[in-house]
Design a protein around this ligand. Sequence first.
Ligand SMILES: Nc1ncnc2c1ncn2[C@@H]1O[C@H](COP(=O)(O)OP(=O)(O)OP(=O)(O)O)[C@@H](O)[C@H]1O
Length: 368
Amino acid sequence: MMVRTLELEGFRNYRSFSADFAPGVNVIYGENAQGKTNLLEAVRYLSGAPSHRARSEGELIGFDVPSARICAQLESRGRDFKVEVQLTRGRRRRMTSNGVRLKTAGELSERLHTVLFCPEDLMLIRAGSAERRRFLDQSLCQLRPRYAAALAEYNRLHEHKRRILRDWEEKPSLLDLLPEFNDRMARCGAILIHYRAHFIRKLAQFAAPIHAEFSGEREKMTLSYETVKTVEDPLIPTREIYPRLLEHQESHRRAELESRTCLSGPHKDDLLVSIDGRSAKQFASQGQTRTAALSLKLAERELHQEDMGEWPVLLLDDVLSELDQRRRDFVLRRIRGGQVFITCCEEEALDGLGEGRTFHIRAGALAD
Ligand SMILES: Nc1ncnc2c1ncn2[C@@H]1O[C@H](COP(=O)(O)OP(=O)(O)OP(=O)(O)O)[C@@H](O)[C@H]1O
């Protein structure tokens, strides 16, 4: 998969931008606050993944313009696509592929997969479980459209249930709605657990050898999935997960009403990372947690490659400057193959990366 060309109009600080990218490495360099991350964000957007920093789509539109346009020529599964997204304040976004209207972000993911690695990801292991769920969700939404649909529905139901539990004492009639919401959440939740379990099993297979090599064969990384307690084996079929979720909801009914919070369901899942059998979150050093986070991201990239038979586009946002020389060399060795976008502040910082192109960005435009 690759992004051949990209045009931006009114996207963040880009008024009008156009570039042809290399199939290999594309180095995006420039001083701080010039638009390097914004450029990666535009590419990421085209893969249907939610922005890692915008809370609403309106944030992506230039401060003083009414609309933004992202347009790209993509190559994917041996075919060419012209994908276009139009964002207008106060209106629904409009997306097309080769002129045909697309309805969901999932349809974008079918054409482009990206794996993003940014400095915040270096804290993935130490952060709260929400960050690791986000990591799972972003990757799975690109890989499996059915997962993306189930996640959107689950989040909607969860928000409703949250409000019911918050307000039931003032309005007891709301409790009549609870069984219906519980049932629908269990159905969607079973789908999420099923996909997450299979994803984590695969991710663990890729991450183990990467981490072993990365640590000079000194450390062993293992991953496990922590989900709703009644689902002892999350790899069982969805229809078997569903009754176990209902059972867990039932046993937590009282506690949910008393605490007025939703305590049961995969919205509390976690991805547990261990090094040599011990929880990395609790016991690993800062260096070890960084290495483990890198291993996870590189494993994610290889998993996408195996799943699709093509490399996803790798977006490395300002991450190399955060790494010591050894880790940096490891990443650069490991990312051969596929298209890569790397942002950095100095052009020479990435000497020796091999064939590719460099783009100097200044104030939301290509500098001469
Ligand atoms: N919606 C928007 N409209 C216009 N400008 C915006 C918008 N959103 C962000 N910006 C501006 O874009 C500029 C560039 O941001 P970006 O994060 O891409 O910088 P960067 O080159 O990656 O910098 P750094 O090296 O510091 O990470 C910032 O000054 C920011 O204020």
